[in-house]
Design a protein around this ligand. Structure first.
Ligand code: QV4
Ligand code: CA
Length: 477
């Protein structure tokens, strides 16, 4: 369950937060596959309660396991999975089975189901009060019993120790596997007992060979466990069961690229920083919670709103060999409850795609920023190599090679970087994939001339639009 089941020449996941299934299918074919993305994490697929004003978080309050949400219905979901798999882009589903919807005396869902969460009555599954833990609040995160058996912000807490509950959950997950998904992001894993999760994960079917998965492939599992230290529950209680969302990475990378911790310290980036082992850690600069101050990470988190620093942090994340990487793709927001772009009836709007690859219509599409998608290509190019020829100026300028496949330099100082470097690349002229795109033998950005012996002069001005420069074998002109 640690293998993300990706095509072997690709390795980055993008979270297309709140996108519609039809739009994701198009995106797989038109953009993600050609740019070398390996997979998409999609928003929850099962029916959720309709909340007044339609905030994004209504999708984290399930009413049933029917595959009908604002993103589309089951047919649209199945179509999307098929179309994405056909072009080598895997689908990972955000699944919520710690709980159902929170208190409400007459809830109506996105598939038209009705429920009475107040009395724990969810006839569309069906679940009744018997399937839930007794109600209590979580206020002490140092008490594992409370965190796992009480209600996270009032969300009715399922008892995964019960056989019937396990069956319903596995039925739901198996259904998704049949439709061709490659794995799951398990929401609120910290709020469930590892022993129960172990039983559930082991029961899930093997991946569907009709979607190109090898026989006996197991679904990839990444568990949402926020562990920044100092709580009663540790990520290590879950890390033998599946991968973990490594929130420490998000906090530390934000701190470094905000200029609050010298970049030179990134020299030993990885497990020595208290992160999980590389193959168990799913990492990200920000996620859908901490970009809006939900969940963990606090003020260190970088988002699209600090664009220069954000792109640098993302470039470092993708340039470094550590871990499984996920890119956040957001909608623009002013306040933390604000819903995704939608019309007055609450229908989700599609992103507007411009000819320069960027998008609009209220969507940010970080994954369509040149500095980000070109680094996805960089990461694919340098796969299998380590970090070598590390250089730093003792503060906030760093550079390194990835074997003989790629070279990257960062300048977070308020003075220019202008220096000769060992790039580890064969002699030739290369296109910097941060400031431009390579198009045949043309480069729309800066070019770097590498001489015999791999040396090249690298310049990144302090006032430049981006504080990073990256070249690799695939960007040779
Ligand atoms: C309100 C009060 C509560 C009260 C409750 C009573 O605030 O004190 O107990 O009413 O009914 C929304 C509202 C929240 C409201 C709740 C119930 O924001 O104010 O509680 O609904 O009506 C998302 C959002 C939450 C949202 C939730 C459900 O972040 O704000 O709550 O969806 O719609 C911890 C966990 C971690 C979690 C993280 C946010 O360990 O697991 O908090 N992260 C995941 C998801 C996240 C999601 C959930 C878990 C829940 O990534 O997006 O929460 O599925 O760190
Ligand atoms: Ca629980």
């Amino acid at each position: 369950q640690f293998d993300p089941q990706q095509w072997n020449n690709r390795n980055t996941i993008v979270h297309l937060f709140e996108w519609k299934w039809d739009d994701i299918a198009n995106e797989c074919e038109n953009f993600l596959a050609p740019k070398g993305f390996a997979g998409v994490q999609v928003s929850p697929v099962n029916e959720n309660v309709i909340v007044y004003d339609r905030p994004w978080w209504e999708r984290y309050q399930p009413l049933s396991y029917k595959l009908v949400t604002r993103s589309g219905n089951e047919k649209q979901f199945a179509d999307m999975v098929r179309r994405c798999n056909n072009v080598g882009v895997r689908i990972y589903v955000d699944v919520i089975f710690n709980h159902m919807a929170a208190d409400n005396s007459h809830a109506v869902g996105t598939a038209g189901s009705r429920a009475v969460p107040e009395t724990k009555d969810f006839p569309a599954v069906p679940f009744s009060s018997w399937d839930f833990h007794p109600s209590c609040d979580i206020y002490n995160y140092n008490d594992p019993n409370q965190v796992r058996n009480c209600e996270l912000v009032g969300l009715k807490d399922l008892d995964q120790g019960k056989e019937y509950v396990r069956e319903k959950i596995v039925e739901f997950l198996d259904h998704l596997v049949e439709l061709g998904v490659a794995g799951f992001r398990v929401d609120a894993a910290k709020h469930m007992w590892p022993a129960d999760l172990d039983v559930i994960y082991k029961r899930i079917k093997n991946l569907n060979t009709q979607h190109g998965f090898a026989p006996n492939s197991r679904p990839f599992i990444v568990q949402e466990v926020i562990d920044l230290g100092g709580e009663g529950i540790s990520k290590y209680e879950y890390s033998d069961l599946g991968a973990i969302t490594e929130f420490r990475f998000s906090a530390e990378i934000g701190k470094a690229f905000r200029g609050n911790n010298d970049l030179k310290y990134l020299r030993n980036w990885g497990e020595e920083w208290g992160f999980l082992e590389s193959h168990k850690a799913l990492v990200f600069v920000d996620n859908h919670d901490n970009q809006r101050s939900h969940g963990g990470g606090g003020n260190d988190i970088l988002t699209y709103k600090q664009d220069k620093n954000y792109k640098m942090a993302t470039a470092f994340t993708l340039a470094h060999p550590f871990s499984i990487t996920r890119i956040m793709s957001s909608f623009a927001f002013e306040h933390s409850d604000q819903g995704p772009p939608q019309d007055s009836q609450g229908n989700l709007l599609s992103p507007v795609i411009y000819s320069d690859n960027s998008c609009g219509g209220g969507w940010v599409c970080e994954h369509r920023w040149r500095q980000i998608y070109n680094m996805v290509g960089f990461k694919n190019q340098v796969r299998g190599t380590g970090v070598n020829d590390w250089w730093d100026n003792g503060k906030n300028q760093i550079a390194f090679c990835r074997g003989g496949e790629g070279f990257i330099a960062f300048n977070l100082e308020n003075y220019d970087l202008n220096k000769e470097f060992q790039t580890c690349l064969p002699a030739g002229t290369y296109c910097d994939v941060i400031s431009g795109d390579k198009n045949g033998s043309n480069c729309s950005g800066k070019t770097v001339v590498v001489g015999n012996g791999g040396k090249a002069n690298i310049y990144i001005g302090a006032k430049e639009y981006d504080g990073v420069l990256a070249i690799h074998k695939g960007s040779r002109l």
